[in-house]
Write a protein that binds this ligand. Sequence first.
Ligand SMILES: [Fe+2]
Length: 252
Amino acid sequence: MCFVGNSSGLIRLTPRMPLFTSPPGYTRIKLVSSFHELVTTPFADGINALCWPRTLTGDFREIVEQLGASEGIMPLDEERLNALSLSTAGRAAREILLGDQRLLREHGLSPELNCIQSYPRDEEAAPVPIDVYSFHADSAPVEADTWLCTYHGPASESLRNDEAQRRVDVPATRAELLKQFGGKDGGDFREYLSENCYDLHYAPTPGARPFSFGLGNLWRIALDYPGCPVPPCLHRAPETIPGQPPRLLLIS
Ligand SMILES: [Fe+2]
């Protein structure tokens, strides 16, 4: 954390993070240098994640502190953000939050900004976790992709496709799911897996090296839809640790 002076006294700036770089040897991520490139680059040749690395200036912590979120998920609309009384650095952060949403809306998307202390968790133990704390692929019935940016707090995490195994393909898990299903392996069972989202969740393989999407970076990632030319980008929400600051997350 550093402090700089301005005409109204000292302001607090978010610490500068190093720009995102892909995990060594991993070729499914393409870094881009503009929003235009982020929008227009197709998912092809195995690339399933596009990242526009950014270092954002502004005090996102001030926004989170003023919101005072203490549990669950607080949706942030323009009205709520504009009602905050902020310092110069806080206002700079607010402009970024509003500006990113504007960009995405102009591109025909429906972004949501949330202040997140924690997500709902699976209520009961199941053979396959299906909450967002588990590595998963997003899915859609038609061509689509997921956009996300963490501005503050722990960032979203990702798992390389070559270090992941679908949980429903783990023999012991599949056997347990078959027992729960009460039938045979086949089309009906696969439909059951799909209806319950069991087939979208992945386990890290031994020695897997999950990585962080980082703060401030805007991501466009591939999801699972019929005919998608690349495997989906696997991701999860970071673990909620008591006492840690809430997250500011843009998602579309
Ligand atoms: Fe997701």
